[in-house]
Design a protein around this ligand. Structure first.
Ligand code: NYM
Ligand code: MG
Length: 218
């Protein structure tokens, strides 16, 4: 008797500096996978509605102060709180497209001067995405986009530093897409190629392993 393994969901993360077009592309990916009859949910970090997310939201709106280390740990805790649920969703065949993840955690905190390895260590062991789609945008371009500057961090010098820190995190998991042309459709076309590739890979290796992030292999 042939045992038919259930396909797990893909975990797709979108990253980039503020105003790089992440939410728009998350929505496009969502619609694309729905059309393909896939189960899919859109997630976002920070989850501003949760207990921890509310503290983060206050901080981002400059309504409270926190030390750099404490806010880093809160962002990280927000992800750990949802890690088991994420795993259950993926195992039950639901794809997740997620607006920001641990890469933002490290890029923003280390841009303030915190040690990069320390920043990574608090997220080490979380579920690893299948791909990190990085929307590469010149921080000067981002500055011209709507609502820029309303929250903490939305300043040109800081965003330029964040962008440099993101560069240090790029590895084989990353697909970097130039978003400077501000063209939603052409950006999505490139993303679509990557998603189709992942869907094909999952079709071929039905028991595609769920991996962990930033775990040292010895
Ligand atoms: N941010 C986001 C962090 O500093 N650390 C993190 O771990 C995450 C997930 O919060 N400026 C920053 C990046 C953004 C802000 O995200 C909130 P958004 O996508 O603008 O709501
Ligand atoms: Mg923002």
């Amino acid at each position: 008797m042939e045992i038919k393994l259930k396909k797990r969901g893909l975990f797709i993360v979108i990253e980039g500096i503020d105003r790089s077009g992440k939410s728009t592309q998350c929505q496009k990916i969502y619609e694309y996978l729905i059309k393909k009859n896939e189960k899919i949910e859109q997630w976002k970090y920070p989850d501003r509605n949760g207990d921890i997310g509310k503290l983060i939201d206050n901080y981002l709106k400059n309504q409270s102060e926190k030390s750099d280390q404490a806010i880093h740990l809160l962002f990280s805790a927000d992800r750990w709180e949802k890690n088991k649920l994420l795993q259950n969703k993926l195992e039950s065949g639901i794809n997740i497209v997620c607006d920001r993840y641990a890469f933002s955690g490290v890029a923003y905190s280390s841009a303030k001067g915190l040690d990069l390895e320390w920043c990574k260590s608090t997220d080490s062991g979380l579920i690893s995405p299948d791909v990190v789609i990085y929307l590469d945008l010149d921080p000067k371009e981002a500055q011209n986009r709507s609502s820029y500057g309303e929250e903490r961090y939305e300043k040109l010098t800081f965003q330029s530093q964040v962008s440099k820190q993101f560069d240090k995190l790029k590895d084989d998991l990353w697909k970097v897409i130039d978003s400077n042309n501000n063209n939603v459709e052409s950006t999505f076309k490139e993303i679509q190629i990557k998603i189709d590739e992942l869907l094909k890979k999952r079709e071929e290796e039905k028991d595609l392993e769920i991996k962990k992030l930033w775990i040292k292999k010895d």
